[in-house]
Write a protein that binds this ligand. Structure first.
Ligand code: ADP
Length: 447
């Protein structure tokens, strides 16, 4: 097992990782920018190192400084969390060259899944169902038109290097194809420095269902069921739940086994998420994330398995503490992503938290890095915490969520808590009757 882990992240996820390390008896090193010297993960870590000024590229993305922090403190492993360097194959390679363990999959697996075109080809080879579309990158309008006619409109142009919903454009007919191709390309170039795009059938009313997987790196692999992340705004997840209201046990076992089989064939190490769109009883692979996800707690709540603890165990060579036969699903869990944003306009609202009262009680978990008197810096994403609620079934979970949301007080800044209070009272949400477009329609109607 490791002696000391450096946590290369901030906010709620830094604290989440710190907790897992403490339970395992591992010393922790926090890194932080000058904007984050008062952050909770810095206060709670055994040691902390300031690695640069506020902009992420100078601090949380600064590989040299992070490596130096490792050397100064003698940390033997780095947990990257999500975002920042978590899916950076070069970072994993550099750590490897310095004899520091990257808590995550191999650089090769990160690279393979980081390119969405290669990921899709790999998925198909592994027997995972994919969205119909181009076999690889699409270079010109004529080729795009041929493929689109073949799969049928509407089609979606997507960036090979895509992420966070950027570089994605819909073409409803051939008339709009050239423009969609052009816009997607220039957006991809600007955001990722790579203008390679590919074409997929645009699914009209799918749900976003993803499978949590875990591999021991030696050919062992399991799945931990699904999460339904269909409630999205601008292709960003807002609320997640498990199990999905749309799946039954047979469908879960079938797709779960396909994913676990893929992990075993790849010899994948650590946690991963295989993301699908699900429509009319069919799954269509869209991407694999080779890291811990923001929404991992819903899986932890229904399985009782600590995913971060397992990631650390696997990276240290200790393997997984459980097998597929040990995975039992119990009850229902929902997560709300609480952002420091106006609940209607979504304008970010950094600033000082004047009063803070998180909810508690049976089945209520708050993963957050903020506290009363803390000033949220304006430099980073606006997630300030996650409210995760568990119940024996979906109805109990929703009742408990409503109660917990009523109790949750964050004063001094705007948060998205009022949006969630509206959502739990909505009949479609109560019935589990929503697809990936539901929230956008709901917000448009409200405005
Ligand atoms: P990113 O990596 O940018 O998040 P994804 O491929 O994961 O991109 O897609 C993000 C979201 O975009 C999905 O959850 C879904 O809402 C939408 N989306 C992606 N592919 C399709 C598709 N073929 N048809 C309809 N919607 C899609």
């Amino acid at each position: 097992m490791f002696n000391k882990v450096l946590i290369a992240n901030r906010g709620e996820i830094a604290l989440r990782i710190l907790r897992a390390c403490k339970e395992l008896g591992i010393a922790t090193v926090a890194i932080h920018s000058t904007a984050d010297s008062e952050a909770m993960h810095v206060r709670l870590a055994d040691e902390s190192v300031c690695i640069g000024p506020p902009p992420s590229r100078d601090s949380y993305l600064n590989m040299h400084e992070i490596l130096a922090a490792c050397e100064i403190t003698g940390a033997d492993a780095i947990h990257p969390g999500y975002g920042f360097l978590s899916e950076n194959a070069k970072f994993a390679d550099i750590l490897d060259a310095h004899g520091i363990t990257f808590i995550g999959p191999s650089a090769d697996h990160i690279r393979m899944m980081g390119d969405k075109i290669e990921a899709k080809l790999t998925a198909r080879k592994l027997g995972i169902p994919v969205v119909p579309g181009s076999d690889g990158a699409v270079h010109d309008e004529a080729a795009a038109a041929r493929i689109a006619a073949d799969i049928g409109y509407p089609v979606l142009i997507k960036a090979a290097a895509g992420g966070g919903g950027r570089g994605m454009k819909v073409a409803r007919s051939e008339a709009g194809l050239a423009e969609a191709l052009h816009t997607a390309r220039s957006e991809a170039k600007a955001a990722f420095g790579d203008d390679a795009v590919y074409i997929e059938k645009y699914l009209a009313r799918p749900r976003h269902i993803e499978i949590q997987v875990m591999g021991d790196g030696g050919g062992g692999g399991v799945h931990l069921g699904e999460r339904d992340c269909s409630l999205q705004r601008r292709h960003q997840k807002v609320l997640e739940e498990a199990p999905s209201p749309a799946l039954n046990a047979a469908e879960r076992d079938r797709i779960g086994e396909v994913c676990a089989g893929a992990v075993r064939k790849l010899g994948y190490a650590g946690a991963g998420t295989i993301e699908f769109l699900y429509e009319d009883g069919e799954f269509y692979f869209i991407e694999m994330n080779t890291r811990l996800q923001v929404e991992h707690p819903v899986t932890e709540m229904i399985t009782g398995i600590d995913l971060v603890n397992e990631q650390i165990r696997i990276a240290s060579g200790g393997g997984m503490s459980f097998s597929q036969a040990d995975v039992a699903f119990s009850g229902h869990a929902i997560e709300c992503r609480v952002n420091a944003e106006h609940p209607d306009t979504f304008v970010p609202s950094p600033g000082r938290i004047a009063y803070y009262h998180p909810p508690g009680g049976l089945g209520v978990r708050v993963d957050s890095g903020v506290y009363q008197g803390y000033t949220i810096p304006p430099h980073y994403d606006s997630l300030i915490g996650k409210l995760i609620v568990h119940g024996r079934n979906r109805v109990e979970c929703l009742m408990r969520l409503r109660r917990a949301l009523d109790e949750f007080v964050v004063d001094g800044i705007n948060t998205t808590l009022p949006l969630f209070r509206d959502l739990v009272a909505n009949p479609d949400i109560q019935d589990g009757n929503y697809d990936i477009h539901w929230l956008e329609h709901y917000l448009a109607a409200k405005a």
